[in-house]
Design a protein around this ligand. Structure first.
Ligand SMILES: C[S@@+](CC[C@H](N)C(=O)[O-])C[C@H]1O[C@@H](n2cnc3c(N)ncnc32)[C@H](O)[C@@H]1O
Length: 168
């Protein structure tokens, strides 16, 4: 299995029992350190890389990404999915989970922009503000877009917070 944008390991921990081998990638050395500390096992192979410039050295049966797709800039959408394709072995599968556009899911002092917006402001505890990409994908639209790129996906959402998809 390959986990893209693994972050602190919330999902890495869940994937590990299901994987014969697990590779977790993130661009941030701090995230990878937190992930390592959480998992505390040599069973996970870690890669630090920028997903927009990385190419896989091998193929995987499963590619997973949690709360990453919404941060892929719209103009990089197709290239990202091409990367996912290049990560997969024949018959390989993809699973992702991400956030729905839900006002109560964001910090109390943050304002959620309109669903169609692709950029929002994140304010840190020290007051600094950053503009980040955050694309809220509609399941029906996303399924069709992926079909157009050659993917077969089933995408569902939970009552409030999550959208998740599995495909090949
Ligand atoms: C919203 S977090 C999700 C982390 C984790 N998947 C989770 O659900 O807890 C996004 C992650 O993407 C990583 N990231 C951001 N830009 C990246 C890039 N260009 N290449 C690789 N990782 C990147 C960040 O370091 C962060 O760990």
């Amino acid at each position: 299995m390959l986990e893209l944008a693994c972050g602190t390991g919330i999902w890495t921990e869940q994937l590990l029992p299901w994987a014969d081998s697990l590779t977790a990638l993130d661009g941030s050395s701090e995230m990878l350190a937190l992930n390592r500390a959480r998992l505390g096992t040599a069973a996970v192979r870690y890669i630090q890389a920028d997903l927009f410039h990385w190419q896989p050295g091998e193929r995987y049966d499963v590619v997973f990404f949690g709360f990453w797709l919404s941060h892929v800039p719209p103009e990089r959408f197709a290239a990202f999915w091409q990367l996912v394709r290049s990560c997969l072995a024949p018959g390989g599968r993809v699973f992702f989970v991400d956030s729905r556009h839900e006002p109560t899911s964001t910090a109390a002092d943050h304002r959620l922009p309109e669903p169609a917006a692709t950029v929002l402001t994140r304010r840190l505890n020290d007051g600094r503000e950053f503009q980040i990409y955050k694309v809220f994908h509609d399941p029906v639209v996303l399924t069709e877009r992926l079909r157009g790129l050659g993917w077969q996906f089933t995408i569902r959402q939970t009552d409030h917070y999550f959208v998740h998809g599995s495909g090949s």
